[in-house]
Design a protein around this ligand. Structure first.
Ligand SMILES: Nc1nc2c(c(=O)[nH]1)N[C@H]1C(S)=C(S)[C@@H](COP(=O)(O)OP(=O)(O)OC[C@H]3O[C@@H](n4cnc5c(=O)[nH]c(N)nc54)[C@H](O)[C@@H]3O)O[C@H]1N2
Ligand SMILES: Nc1nc2c(c(=O)[nH]1)N[C@H]1C(S)=C(S)[C@@H](COP(=O)(O)OP(=O)(O)OC[C@H]3O[C@@H](n4cnc5c(=O)[nH]c(N)nc54)[C@H](O)[C@@H]3O)O[C@H]1N2
Ligand code: SF4
Ligand SMILES: [Mo]
Length: 751
């Protein structure tokens, strides 16, 4: 640690997106003077994007909340308070509510940055368990949950997601992802643009399936402009061709480890290229060719992202991606789709491998809409139902942790209204924004430089095995409070332990103790050791909090012989643990001990629901379908308050094809009114041929001009909230995930 005016260089993993680039920061005291890529990093090799460079602006943004604040409901005004007062206030309101209305009256919503920050990764679970509410919601059900469900069924664990081995593949089929803008998702890889270009430079091929000609599509060999929502049909038709032409072969390495092949063959039989072509808007001959190319390529990987998961058939599409990976012999082999082996361990690396309990979903259903629980959560789409519908178990209070559901969840107008009706709301956030303006108390995290960082889930999704830890670079200032302590202090309040800071260490010790007892009780490096001794060893030097838990994970993980937290501290540029390696059958945790190609819930969904998709869509009279998009300089809803990122031409526009624009009398730069059954918006038109006829696109995360929103720069570039248009009734029943793409809309000129 250093004096305030020292200029120093520190390294830390960028917490903004999934790419996990290592930043080299020149800091003076607590000010980030310069951010650039760390050239010595073992993974990112100096790569950085405009958001990473802007991290100093994010940290010094004058609109950020620096102290806890309480809202006076009568006057709707905020006052800054001391931490003790904030927690006492929460205790005084939430504890009686819990007593009066029961545990389920408090809901939790965890947002996307929870996956990018250490404190929530380790302690959200503890808070949830302390509230003991069934009403847990997160951004997962507006994002990747379908992939977790399909992977869970097929491979036995929710994070057993096959990752395209982009550094070695000869052929990459990308559906519904735009990594040139997003920098990759469920595919943790810094400099994904460079890695994709390298595929083509070494003679490989990239095909992009997307209703929009995205930047990734322009960088690819081929763009297939699919009708939104129909990727499952396209992929099943590929499988159909593979069977029909005798090309379906999981390969020698998988032959004894796959079950359900015959079932899949009969399931895909109706989905020939001819049968799906009209619905998908892709020629039958093209589908035939892509199937043959995939089968013939020395190695190939199919990869699907947001455009495949956030649709009404999200789980089926996610499953179909891996069915094709298996059928072409590309699952679990170099250049195909492979499994990571993260240093912190995971659901598919501990204990005896090769077989397990698999996953269970639907252990309970939501109170109002009867939607099944998935991995401990209910669909975010049904949160307003739970708030607005009276009766026992009605949600009356909400804790949001790094989430902005008013801009990110479907049917936003209703959600906004529902939040306004709550009896009490606490938000852990850095801004007073569209969501947190409804809170009674906002609790800000400590500055970025004052916290340690290590990625947990994202490391399970890496295209290489690597490990990094970024220690805090500065000490907490007097007014700051570590977010991990905030989470545990709330947990203590919810456990009835009172609101004092002392309880934090008690809860933390209890959590660690539980984890250590499990570690000494099961096969692994700590098996049979004395729990007290292990706790003492982990706590040496006064270590506690999330770092102490992570150290335990590293010391009991797959690289325990070479890795612990101290080793990572000595390697600020990361430790490379090598390329992905074949992991079947050891990775499997399914009850059958095989890759289950035809899990029963998926088979039922194909039989019961998929036929509708063949009938319904793409019929040219079906009107317009709305999809989203991302921009490199934006990050979901919360980086629009940095002038360096929002300057230039407006990004929240309606993309529409010239033919549709002409038909509807829309002109570039003019306003159009777009409406769905949920709501309507007026949005500036951008006519472009980079979108399929019949499809329109608006990015999400905008609409910053609401009352009480304290984002002065974002307000000047407010844009509109596209989730006013997305519908609560359109969701994937297997995962509870909202359809945020392929929303039927009507568009008209505003005269
Ligand atoms: N229509 C449509 N909707 C979408 C999507 C889409 O493609 N189309 N994408 C969906 C996806 S993939 C996702 S992940 C969700 C995201 O949905 P959410 O997670 O609900 O929304 P974010 O915009 O990520 O909001 C993150 C919040 O965390 C706060 N924050 C940032 N850093 C920190 C921190 O260190 N600590 C704390 N406590 N708070 C912090 C920010 O101020 C912001 O309020 O949106 C989904 N919504
Ligand atoms: N710059 C930036 N980076 C980000 C984010 C961000 O907001 N901005 N958000 C982060 C988050 S939380 C996530 S989850 C990832 C998401 O990462 P990506 O999945 O790569 O996200 P998008 O760029 O939205 O790309 C989705 C693509 O799917 C297309 N699409 C829409 N509907 C369909 C469909 O039905 N079928 C097909 N085949 N395609 C369709 C869209 O046109 C779009 O090009 O990005 C992360 N990185
Ligand atoms: S690509 Fe993602 S991780 Fe890398 S600098 Fe940009 S925002 Fe940060
Ligand atoms: Mo996401």
């Amino acid at each position: 640690m250093s004096h305030d005016d020292d200029v120093r260089t520190v390294h830390r993993i960028c917490p903004l997106c999934e790419a996990t680039c290592n930043l080299e920061l020149r800091i003076k005291g607590r000010t980030i003077e310069l951010a650039r890529g760390d050239r010595d990093d073992v993974y990112s090799h100096g790569y950085i994007c405009p958001k990473g460079s802007a991290i100093g602006h994010l940290e010094s943004d004058p609109d950020r909340i620096r102290a806890p604040r309480i809202r006076d409901r009568a006057t709707n005004t905020w006052r800054d308070v001391e931490w003790d007062e904030a927690f006492a206030y929460i205790d005084a309101h939430l504890t009686p509510l819990l007593e009066r209305s029961g545990r389920d009256s408090v809901a939790i919503y965890a947002g996307n940055p929870c996956a990018h920050n250490l404190a929530p990764q380790v302690y959200n679970r503890v808070l949830i368990q302390s509230v003991r509410t069934k009403n847990v919601f997160s951004a997962s059900t507006v994002d990747q949950m379908p992939k977790q469900v399909s992977a869970g069924y097929m491979f036995g664990a929710a994070l057993s997601i096959p990752i395209p081995d982009v550094d070695h593949t000869d052929y990459l089929l990308i559906l519904g992802a735009n990594p040139f803008a997003s920098n990759g998702s469920l595919m943790t890889a810094p400099d994904i643009p460079g890695r994709l270009r390298a595929i083509r430079n070494r003679g490989g091929k990239i095909v992009v399936v997307d209703p929009r000609r995205s930047k990734t599509a322009t960088e690819a060999d081929e763009w297939l402009a699919i009708v939104p929502g129909t990727d499952t049909l396209f992929l099943l038709a590929i499988a159909n061709v593979l069977f029909a032409e005798g090309l379906a072969d999981p390969g020698d390495h998988l032959r004894d480890h796959v079950s359900g092949l015959d079932t899949v063959e009969s399931l895909v039989a109706p989905y020939s290229p001819d049968a799906v072509a009209r619905a998908c808007g892709i020629d039958a001959s093209t589908i035939h060719r892509i199937a043959r190319e995939l089968a013939a390529a020395p190695s190939a990987a199919v990869y699907g992202r947001i455009g495949t998961t956030t649709t009404e058939y999200g789980t089926l599409a996610s499953w179909a991606v891996d069915v094709v990976n298996v059928l072409t012999g590309n699952l679990d082999r170099r250049g195909g789709a492979m499994f990571n082996l993260p240093a912190i361990g995971g659901g598919n690396s501990g204990g005896a491998g090769g077989v397990g309990r698999g996953i269970k979903v639907g252990r309970r259903v939501s109170r109002v809409a009867n939607l099944p629980e998935v991995f401990g959560e209910f669909p975010a789409a049904t949160l307003p139902d739970e708030i607005e519908t009276p009766g026992e178990g009605q949600v009356r209070a909400l804790i949001t942790i790094a989430g902005n559901p008013v801009l990110s969840n479907p049917d936003a107008t209703r959600l906004d209204r529902a939040f306004a009706s709550l009896d009490f709301m606490v938000s852990l956030d850095i801004y007073c924004n569209e969501t947190t303006r409804h809170a009674d108390v906002i609790l800000p995290p400590e500055g970025l430089l004052a916290r340690g960082h290590i990625d947990l889930a994202l490391r399970s999704l890496g295209i290489r095995n690597v490990a990094h830890y970024s220690p805090p670079a500065v000490e907490l200032e007097a007014h700051e409070y570590a977010e991990w302590r905030t989470l545990l202090r709330l947990a203590a309040i919810m456990q009835g332990l009172g609101s004092s800071d002392d309880a934090v260490d008690t809860v933390d010790d209890f959590v660690l103790r539980g984890l250590v007892e499990r570690a000494v009780g099961r096969p692994g490096p700590f098996e049979g050791r004395d729990a007290d001794a292990v706790v003492a060893e982990l706590s040496a030097g006064g270590r506690r909090g999330p770092e102490r838990v992570v150290d335990l994970m590293l010391r009991t993980g797959p690289y325990a012989d070479q890795l612990n937290l101290d080793a990572l501290i000595e390697h600020p540029h990361g430790i490379d643990l090598g390329p992905l390696q074949p992991r079947v059958p050891d990775v499997l945790r399914t009850p059958s001990g095989t890759i289950e190609l035809a899990p029963e819930p998926i088979v039922a969904d194909v039989r019961d629901r998929l036929p509708e998709l063949l009938d319904e869509r793409s019929h040219s009279d079906a009107g317009l379908l709305l999809v989203g998009r991302r921009d490199l300089r934006s990050n979901n809803s919360w980086m629009h308050n940095l002038r360096v990122l929002v300057k230039g031409k407006p990004r929240c526009t309606l993309h529409i094809h010239p033919d549709d624009a002409q038909r509807l009398g829309l002109a570039d730069g003019k306003l159009a009114r777009i409406a769905s059954t949920s709501g309507s918006l007026d949005v500036p038109v951008e006519v472009t041929d980079a979108i399929r006829v019949g499809v329109v696109s608006i990015p999400h995360g905008w609409g910053h001009d609401g009352p009480g929103v304290e984002l002065s720069i974002a307000r000047e570039h407010a844009g509109v909230n596209s989730n006013v248009l997305t519908r609560p009734d359109l969701l994937d029943p297997l995962s509870g995930t909202s359809a945020l793409n392929a929303i039927p809309v009507e568009v008209a000129a505003i005269s």
